[in-house]
Design a protein around this ligand. Structure first.
Ligand code: F6P
Length: 537
């Protein structure tokens, strides 16, 4: 059966074994031709095996699959999340437009009203006008999971150099160790707890929120006064006892993994202040404008998506590594894991039919240079090809440590060069001969030192990691995921795959407690449950 990738698969069959270095040799302007810019970002995808014909086919695919129309439908509030009957409008939270309609009603006034309340609350916390029982708030504990944790946690680390408010902490795991270790050393009288949950039903978050309330109640007479909530379920926040003045809502057309721009970003706003939070939003809005207007051949989100599709669906590389050379982006790979894998890890097309090709890739990574001393070995010499996405800034934020930033950048460029160039057997042999080896031992040792090279990578470069560039970076990846999803014909905005485990966990708790016999469970699950009961006595 034909599938939409067939023309690309035929093209790839004819070019997949050529060396990327030969493409550079044949085209002195390759680096420039296979790069694009948007605002502060330069995206260089020339160290891949994509040529002009391949790019033309990829651009055709984006056109044929209706990316432009779907993009416009998203921005204009159409219900493109078809399995949940919802619009997809996280972009409204950073929009400068005055009117965006959902079901014929303008959503912007209510959104701006909530933003103004957030700004006032954040300023009050930072300026000591909103206090804990013991005085000025010194610490903010954000309790949430998935999109209600990863966005603000990743962004607050990324913006650490700009943080001048209370110290931010993030608790997500239902493992009691997480909240225990986080609260240890904090003063309940000067701590603000922000319970972040779109649904306000997520078991991890609600369990941790109750534990935090108990912890605070041991010292503070009215703990509810030191709680705020972020949720679309205001009835449930009221039942939990958080007064409406400290509840910040958002609509169901903001997906959890796309929600850092919304009240879910409140803890970040408290940490860096409303003005810098605005810059974070502006950076994202600039990327939105680029995505909406730039021709696809120069459109960064589209290009990132097409390169991703080329590597995964066309060449069959099942994973991609995200490698930020920027320590404060340490949580970016985890954030992108949710963004990409929860969005595009689907098995059926929008109409419910089985996908005739693979859906989104496995995304993983760590900051450089740490990763170099851990898993890069496999990337350079393993038998599988891992397309690498390097992210690097030209300037650090520590002027007195600039020499270290230079070393960081040199390492980043060296890695993509090494992946491209490799080291041939002849070169390795010469090196080992110079060390005095000869004969069979020379050959054996040289073969271990061969790097195949010809391994693809892209590099995304920008000046400096600021709230504004961070906003642009995240929006870039959001739209990249969107484009990949449209080309694949899937719904990137639901996440039914996480539901089954949640249901089974609820059913298993009584089995572990011994109040249910677990009838119908498989033998392994019953054996493990029995061992847990025995070990717990
Ligand atoms: O289980 C997946 C998920 O629904 C994510 O999509 C979401 O970000 C996370 O759980 C948290 O959900 P909530 O904000 O409703 O607590």
């Amino acid at each position: 059966m034909m599938n939409r990738f067939d023309p690309l698969l035929s093209h790839a069959a004819t070019v997949k074994d050529r060396h990327i270095l030969d493409l550079f040799a044949a085209d002195p302007s390759r680096a420039e031709s296979f790069s694009a810019e948007a605002g502060p970002f330069l995206f260089d995808y020339s160290k891949t095996n994509i040529d002009a014909d391949g790019m033309a086919l990829l651009l055709d695919l984006a056109a044929q699959t209706g990316v432009a129309a779907r993009r416009d439908a998203m921005f204009s509030g159409e219900k493109i999340n078809e399995t949940e009957g919802r619009a997809v409008l996280h972009t409204a939270w950073r929009s400068v437009e005055d009117s965006i309609l959902v079901d014929g009603a303008n959503v912007m006034p209510a959104l701006r009203d909530t933003r103004a309340r957030m700004q006032e609350f954040a300023a009050a916390v930072r300026e000591g006008r909103y206090n804990g029982q013991g005085g000025t708030i010194t610490d903010v504990v954000n309790i949430g999971i998935g999109g209600s944790d990863l966005g603000p946690a990743m962004a607050s680390l990324a913006c650490a150099a700009f943080a001048d408010g209370p110290k931010l902490h993030f608790v997500s795991n239902v493992d009691g160790a997480h909240i225990h270790d986080t609260l240890a050393g904090l003063d309940p009288e000067t701590t603000l707890v922000v319970v972040a949950s779109k649904t306000f039903t997520t078991i991890e978050t609600m369990t941790n929120a109750e534990s935090a309330r108990r912890w605070m109640a041991e010292v503070v007479t009215e703990p509810a006064k030191q709680f705020a909530a972020i949720s679309s379920a205001t009835d449930r926040t009221a039942t939990f006892g958080i007064p409406a003045e400290r509840v910040f809502g958002f609509e169901d057309w903001v997906g959890g993994r796309y929600s850092v721009w919304s009240p879910i970003g409140l803890s970040l706003m408290i940490g860096i202040g409303p003005e810098l939070f605005d810059q974070f939003l502006s950076g994202a809005a600039a990327m939105d404008a680029h995505f909406r207007t730039a021709p696809f051949a120069h459109n960064l989100p589209v290009l990132l998506a097409l390169v991703g599709l080329w590597h995964n669906q066309v060449l069959g590389h099942a994973t991609r590594a995200v490698l930020p050379y920027e320590q404060r982006l340490a949580r970016l790979p985890a954030y992108l894991q949710q963004l990409e894998m929860e969005s595009n890890g689907k098995r059926v097309a929008m109409d419910g039919s089985d996908l005739p090709y693979h859906s989104g890739p496995v995304v993983w990574g760590e900051p450089g240079t740490n990763g170099q001393h851990a898993f890069y070995q496999l990337i350079h010499q393993g038998t599988r090809v891992v397309p690498c996405e390097f992210i690097v800034t030209a300037n650090g934020l520590e002027p007195d440590l600039d020499h270290q930033h230079l070393l960081l950048m040199a390492n980043c460029l060296a890695q993509s060069e090494a992946l491209l160039r490799g080291r041939s057997l002849a070169e390795a042999t010469e090196i080992m001969r110079a060390k005095g080896l000869e004969g069979a031992e020379l050959d054996r040792q040289a073969r271990h030192r061969v790097f195949p090279g010809n391994r693809p990578s892209t590099t995304l470069m920008f000046d400096q990691l600021t709230p504004a560039t961070l906003g642009g970076l995240i929006a870039l990846y959001e739209h990249r995921v969107f484009v990949e999803g449209v080309v694949l014909g899937i719904n990137s905005f639901d996440q039914w795959g996480v539901e089954l485990g949640k249901e089974l966990a609820l059913a298993l708790a009584p089995v572990l407690e011994g109040t249910s016999d677990g009838a119908g469970k498989d033998g392994s699950t019953l054996q493990l449950a029995a061992r847990i009961r025995a070990l717990r006595g």
